[in-house]
Design a protein around this ligand. Structure first.
Ligand SMILES: Nc1nc2c(c(=O)[nH]1)N[C@@H](CN(C=O)c1ccc(C(=O)N[C@@H](CCC(=O)O)C(=O)O)cc1)CN2
Length: 289
């Protein structure tokens, strides 16, 4: 058996086209959705991601601002920039690209973003809302994974979902979204004993560890849906995921590639969250008038 390839690039194009229509309709009503992307430091991968985010906004007819600062920027200076963006009415979404330089407390920065502009969904109040089943913004990567599962019509009610990696930005919110969809969720971490025993139970397996090839074909249940969130640079210089694609695709029922899988969906869902923020701002303004 060879797995069906889940094409995140194609699905993200569809979602971005829908976003462009919503953006045009908002602009016609006098409000152009605006996203501010803040990058501190010279991380090469982050530079690519933020440029792609800004380009995607422009293509969808949205306003975007890229604020780039040297790694020497202080935490107080960054907090002041975030506060200024919180007050800027032309900006509906704010994201601070991660990782931040080690001298800056990422938690403090994220907690400074106004929750109603936190289009990454990382603010503690947005994490709490997601956990209690009342999401305002769903974090973009897990939200994109849910859209991929939906487009593939993967049954989630009662399914065994296993997530490898328990980060705040992917693993934990992924667990909340799968739980809300009715899956039985197992969240594995670096201390998990016999990882293969867990992953082999999974009808839906999501891998987000940042460790190339941590999941191999022998760790996949035949017919499972395998979602690879990892983006690593292999020894050959090419991008690869956390899943050993060559062996896993012979066992899985469906699998996401890297590149062209979850990555493009992350950017598409950022646009969706920004549109939603702008739509809420318009509704709020109308209610006050
Ligand atoms: N503030 C945030 N920081 C980070 C997030 C995030 O959601 N918010 N996620 C990741 C990085 N990330 C988004 O920022 C991201 C990673 C990868 C891609 C992507 O499209 N990847 C392509 C390959 C691109 C390449 O050539 O390198 C793919 O997989 O096809 C988009 C967004 C960490 N930081």
């Amino acid at each position: 058996m060879t797995a069906r390839i889940i094409d995140g690039a194609a699905l993200s194009e569809q979602i971005r086209a829908e976003v462009a229509q919503r953006a045009a309709s908002l602009t016609a009503r006098g409000i152009t959705p605006g996203l501010a992307v803040v990058l501190v430091g010279e991380n090469a991968a982050s530079q690519v991601y933020v440029r792609n985010k800004v380009k995607a906004c422009e293509k969808a007819g949205m306003h975007s601002v890229l604020e780039q600062f040297p790694a020497s920027m202080t935490e107080e200076e960054l907090l002041a920039r975030v506060n200024a963006l919180n007050e800027d009415p032309s900006i509906h979404g704010i994201l601070v690209q991660l990782p931040l330089p080690a001298h800056i407390d990422a938690h403090r920065v994220i907690e400074t973003i106004a929750p109603e502009k936190d289009v990454d969904g990382f603010h503690i109040s947005n994490a709490g809302l997601l956990m209690t089943g009342q999401p305002l913004f769903r974090p973009c990567t897990p939200y994109g994974v849910m859209k991929m599962l939906e487009s593939e019509q993967v049954p989630l009610r009662g399914a065994e979902a296993v997530i490898v990696g328990a980060s705040n930005i992917v693993g934990k919110p992924m667990a909340m979204l799968l739980l809300a969809a009715g899956a039985t969720v197992t969240l594995c971490n670096s201390k998990t004993r016999d990882l293969g025993a867990q992953t082999r139970r999974a009808d839906v397996l999501v891998v987000a560890t940042g460790k190339a090839g941590i999941v191999t074909g022998d760790m996949v249940k035949p017919g499972a849906v395998v979602i690879d969130v990892g983006i690593n640079r292999g020894e050959d210089g090419k991008l690869c995921g956390d899943v050993d694609f060559a062996s896993a695709k012979l066992v899985a029922g469906a699998i996401t590639p890297v590149p062209g899988g979850v990555g493009p969906m992350t950017i598409a869902m950022l646009l969706v969250n920004t549109i939603e923020a702008a739509e809420r701002a318009l509704a709020g303004a109308a209610a006050q008038a």
